[in-house]
Design a binder for this molecule. Structure first.
Ligand code: ZN
Length: 290
């Protein structure tokens, strides 16, 4: 079983960029949003960042063959994982109220995924950017001492700005109320999970990452003890990063290579109701100390 760096947080907070940057160091593989691999990868055969379909990808195709789950099994696994990790079931996850059988199955399935990912790629560390706080807790409990959780947060201004724009392919713009409720809920789950995990979790702000990527990487390096010098050197030389074998997640993965671009942190100035929503979100954020 390899170690896992898990990226938790709200949508549109830079998790795809962060995992691609982390994976620029030898022995670290960016695996995308692993929680969606059953449906999007193994069942729907989505295109991997390497340009091949999941079944033909040298990493995921091989993992699919080694795990050898059939279609009906995959459908069941996708449902089980979705249910355990969902925002709706987060309170149940915090309290550990799932059956012993469900927890054992969850552990077996994820062990098969991560161990085979490690075997096929040779990586000692897998980055999983699934974002759900429930998954951070579930993986940390299933694989004690193996999981490092990065709580990636973004300012309410940045979240609202990103949600208003939406994205042509993958995400529809959210309404103001929808974005605000989403933020309050996910920020609470993120803060609570980081508190439960203690030293195994670190809070990183998207704005901090955008303003000082090398410094943020050095902080992550000191915290988890992994050698990220290759990634820091690429940042310093303003080199591009390979998107590797990410099947699930943000559209960035389709770019093949990415460069770190701080201009993505630019935001619109809010008017009217948005200012009230922002004030509420910022007050809440300071209460949570995020
Ligand atoms: Zn691939």
């Amino acid at each position: 079983m390899p170690e896992i760096i898990y990226i938790m947080g709200t949508a549109r907070s830079g998790s795809t960029v962060l995992q691609i940057v982390l994976a620029a160091s030898p022995g670290i593989l960016a695996a995308g949003e692993v929680t969606h691999i059953f449906q999007d990868g193994f069942l729907d055969d989505a295109v991997c960042a390497c340009g091949k379909n999941t079944a033909d990808c040298t990493v995921w195709g091989e993992v699919g063959r080694l795990t050898a789950w059939g279609r009906s099994e995959l459908e069941k696994l996708a449902r089980m994982v979705r249910s355990l990790e969902s925002h709706a079931n987060f309170p149940r996850m915090v309290l550990g109220l799932f059956s012993g059988r469900a927890k054992r199955r969850y552990r077996e399935v994820n062990e098969a995924l991560f161990a085979n990912l490690s075997r096929v790629s040779g990586a000692h560390t897998i980055v999983d950017a699934s974002k759900y706080a429930g998954r951070a807790l579930a993986l940390s409990r299933a694989f004690r001492g193996k999981v490092w959780v990065i709580a990636l947060t973004r300012s309410p201004e940045g979240i609202l700005s990103a949600f208003r724009k939406g994205h042509r392919e993958e995400q529809k713009p959210k309404s103001l109320a929808g974005a605000m409720l989403y933020y309050l809920y996910v920020a609470t789950a993120t803060r609570l999970t980081a508190a439960i995990l203690g030293q195994r979790a670190i809070c990183i702000g998207f704005e901090q990452l955008a303003a000082d990527p090398a410094g943020t990487l050095a902080r992550i390096e000191r915290w988890c003890g992994k050698d990220l010098s290759a990634a820091r050197a690429r940042l310093a030389g303003q080199e591009s990063f390979d998107t590797g074998h990410i099947v699930t997640g943000n559209r960035l993965r389709k770019a093949g290579t990415v460069r770190f671009d701080p201009s993505v942190a630019e935001i619109d100035s809010p008017h009217g109701a948005a200012r009230i929503a922002l004030a509420t979100m910022n007050l809440y954020r300071s209460l949570l100390n995020l």
